[in-house]
Design a protein around this ligand. Structure first.
Ligand code: UT7
Length: 330
């Protein structure tokens, strides 16, 4: 039994100013607006410039989330950042953000779970809050995937964008309607080689050869990932609903990872959820990995599409392989 309930307090997000649309990509890659739109649903995405890094956007997203909440800076007692493209291999990007926020002493660590990172981070924060070990956990998803994009691989380079999203997982007060109802995370390491970055770790440290062979960039077997993504997000969402004795009709909004509009439509169709209950913003941001869900939540909350008391189901899938879902009354 949890000692307390956790809730999603508020959201914030930040993306680079530079926008790259499908026509811009046509000029540098053998692709077309038509292919990208029909195969992925994307039109534009934001790209960080050479002097911009993950913590710049994560910091801004964090400030926006904190300022939209009732939580004061001094009340934040933990920082968790989901990222695979942080500022440095070490120290953690959460420590960089802690410094920028002036929160010396507050524990800070990163979570590496690819595009499912934000779900993993919420799951972790929720456990700390429910046990009473933390009261207000700043949770971020931030990714700068264009920094590790292989521009010779048209099957991946058109997909990714950069950005950051933040929330605060807080202890719910007695009488609060907001509450994280449940969360579920899973992994299958045996399929890790479908989506990975070969070089830059201890398996293959940086060398002239690793750089010349483009091994510091994203490798993805798109078709296999596509099928796994729909199946896993459906299974996870349905398992979470079932163990909470809820039906899909009880959910007001599904907020899925934005990797491909066809994946999102496939998931909605298998779950028999109409698309007007699914939050989609992929045409504007592309795939920002661990940042897609908090950016989508932030936009939907600010535009008053998602309101306090609505039941939301967040679900994601990514490298690892990893996947999971969060069910919450916002
Ligand atoms: O974020 C977490 C994980 N990521 C995902 O969930 C992504 C999952 N995968 C996907 O979204 C899709 O598999 C992709 C968008 C990556 C690819 O779409 P697809 O429908 O699976 O295309 P494909 O890889 O089967 O390629 C079909 C054709 C190929 O040409 P041929 O062999 O049929 O002549 C490709 O060479 O499309 C070609 N193609 C392109 N053409 C124009 C691949 N990329 C491009 C491109 N522009 N950018």
């Amino acid at each position: 039994m949890a000692a307390y309930h956790a809730k999603l307090s508020a959201f914030g997000s930040s993306v680079p100013k530079k926008i790259v649309n499908n026509f811009d990509l046509e000029k540098i890659v053998d692709t077309s607006d038509e292919w990208i739109r029909t195969r992925t649903g994307m039109f534009e995405r934001h790209h960080a410039t050479a002097d911009e890094a993950a913590s710049d956007f994560a910091h801004e997203a964090a400030v926006r989330a904190i300022e939209s909440s009732q939580v004061r800076y001094k009340d934040i007692d933990m920082i968790i950042v989901a990222t695979v493209t942080g500022d440095y291999p070490f120290p953690s990007t959460s420590c960089v953000i802690q410094r920028k926020l002036g929160l010396k002493g507050v524990p800070a660590f990163d979570v590496s779970a690819g595009c499912a990172g934000f779900i993993y981070a919420i799951h972790t924060a929720k456990s700390f809050v429910e046990s009473g070990a933390a009261r207000n956990v700043l949770v971020l998803g931030v990714e700068m995937l264009t920094k590790i994009t292989n521009w010779n691989d048209r099957g991946t380079c058109v997909l990714f964008g950069d950005g950051a999203g933040a929330t605060i997982v807080s202890r719910a007060n007695p009488g609060d309607i907001s509450r994280i109802i449940d969360s579920l995370v899973e992994a299958d390491g045996s399929q890790g080689d479908l989506l990975y970055q070969a070089a830059g770790g201890s398996r293959m440290p940086a060398s002239h050869e690793s750089v010349s062979k483009n091994l510091h960039t994203i490798y993805m077997e798109g078709n296999k990932i596509f099928k796994n993504a729909i199946k896993s997000m459906q299974a996870s969402s349905e398992a979470l609903l079932k163990r909470n004795k809820m039906e899909t009709e009880d959910v007001d909004w599904i907020v899925p990872h934005q990797a491909n509009l066809r994946i999102i439509e496939g998931l909605a169709s298998r779950m028999k959820v109409p698309m007007n209950k699914v939050i989609v913003n992929i045409e504007k941001y592309g795939n920002t990995s661990s940042a897609t869900i908090p950016i989508a939540m932030d936009e939907a909350v600010r535009s008053k599409k998602i309101r306090r008391g609505d039941i939301v189901l967040l679900t994601s899938f990514g490298a690892g392989l990893t996947w999971g879902s969060v069910l919450a009354r916002y």
